[in-house]
Ligand binder design. Sequence first.
Ligand SMILES: [Fe+2]
Length: 728
Amino acid sequence: MTVQTATQPDPTRKIIEECKRETQIRYKSKGNTFFRARMRGVNSIQVGKSMIIDSPLTITLEWIFQKYRRLRKAQRRFAAELFPRHPELPVGHRDSRLVGRIVFAGDRGQGPPIHNLHLEFWGRTHWFAWRKISEGRTDAKGCFALPFPLRAARNLSMRSLSLEIQKTTRVYFKDDGDDAPHFHFDLFKAIPVAKSDLIGLDYNLRTIPLDYWLYDPSAVTPRAVVDNSESPETYSQGREDALIEQIIPLEITKIKHLKQIELAPDTLTIEDIENDYPLNLTRCIEKRLSGYTRGDDWFGERMMNGMNRGSFVPDAARLGHYWIRYFGVCWYEINDLYALPDVAILFKLKDDGLPIPLEIRLTGKLSRSDHDPFHTRVFSPADGDAWLQAKRVARVTGAFCTEVEEHFAGTHLNTEQYAVAAYRNLRLNPVAGLLLPHLKEVSLINHTADKELIGGYIPTATALTRAGLQQRTRDILGLQDWRGWRPMEAISPAHTCAKAESLFWDVLGKYVDEFFRRHEDGIKRHWGEIQRFADDLVTHSVPVFLTAPQDAVRPRYRELAAERLNYYSQQYEFDPHLPRETIHGELKTVSRITTASTYGAAPPLDWQNLKQACRYIIMQATYIHTWINEHQYDDLGEVRYSCGGLRFGDRPSGIMAPESDNDIAPDLTRSTQMLWFTNFLSRTEYGFITRNEERDVNPLLIRLLKERCEEFKALEVDIEAIESRTNI
Ligand SMILES: [Fe+2]
């Protein structure tokens, strides 16, 4: 999404618009060359030195390995053609049954039952031909009973028998414009059945525990178990290719810097590092309008329509005045290197509808010698250099909060909780076709983020430790609920960010309404899956913000906690007063969609609940995530302008010092890592709604979005750049 504010035909506006065009990321394939450095995939990405392959020998070996993999795939395709699996079932009296029960693997192998799993019972002859013997699916209790003719299974020609458990791997739409979702199934697990054991009547395979989309018991939020050897899903080849193509030059740049820092750090400056990465928006504007990006106009414009998409709370006493808040270290575990004070900014709307800052309040430690976490300093434009420094501190705390809270917790973690519940429960219900294309791959990218961001870069580049980040993101997830959510309200005609958000929400409303109208019967018929989806969501939901015992919250912080809840309630459109369920003493954040196992037993409101939940899930996974992810590069692409954290340094002035002070700026390692991250995350997007690279986006959604193309364009949002899923 490329966003600019309302057109102003002045020279400054012209430069801003030109820089936006010049630094806009275009997602085009650059082709391939044989001896180009490459990587093995998304899992190879590391904040240190990623597993890059750059020697000719290794590239050749990697090439041979790729050829081998392709050959194996071709072999499998050839074998499938040579020995086709015909769908016909054998004739004859079905005098035997294969019975058993399938459950999610649990601590003692006894998790909840898995319903509606597609099962096939196959035999293989001595000459490798396939014979389908029976098929069916598990019932609501996870039980199955596949009837089959004993003679067919025990036929002399039969060499081996197996029960095959299938899983839904993807949703796709046909090229003919039909908007009915189709499902692709793949083998999840094959269980051998001994031919000699089949003696008639029932053959009982007993309880079969499956490691299928399990919740990670060690995670502090609802997460899937993902490990590199066995993941519940895999990246599509297109996603891997898009990433590798874009990241190589960035990776080489970062490795060069890390080597230079190791061998001769005095030969490198922050400016050298910046010059090695592509030009970003603020650097571009600075080149042509020195000082403008540090001015009040730009500060207000980016707080409103930039990556942060600030939440403007009206001032109680003054019309046209608003406050934005960013909460600093609070009571989370911190290190002693970086500052992260609370920030409150008072804005007034100008005649053009854009905000201009009047006052900045910084509360907390600004230097090592500060000891009072509740000491507030107030700055205004009359303070000269201190005003400039206060704006920088506000930008930095704002960037931290946007990345950790809105981006990671609000979109990544939030989307994953719906992904796990959807993959575990939605199979026959058409809602699977509505949601799954927007939920795929988020569990994988979050797994990488655990290692490289939450467990890697962020604790070394900001004030919070890993434990502090985990607790904070869990708390913020305790403010994310589908019920009652609506997009941010525009406070002026120039609030394009909010207007575009409402427009997309409107498109989704029409899309979900129409989808439910067309698939009404199926959604009602398989309502039991919705109930289980809702069950998993509520049961595994984190507690509502600050309702769980907070040992670390001392009495002096209680007022701050109340302020946070009050502000976040507007920011995340979260109503803490809605009735919610309490399970094992925890007040659960996610509202229940339905308690009814059949549509007939569900009150009419549950139909609306499901529609609202679907609309909300798609909104967070697509538009909201895209907004923040893409604009990281604009607002976090210049180290001295903004970053994740300013260091205290050793002087009494602490972080209230000029940008040129290298003691408070990120060090060289953090500088190159930050630019690597923002470029990597913004530039390697793949899976766009309108491009529909994998034919997994409903043509109806594409059509509805394209119909509003001009309206988005008027807000200068490029619909071609809206991602269909959170996968970076
Ligand atoms: Fe992201």
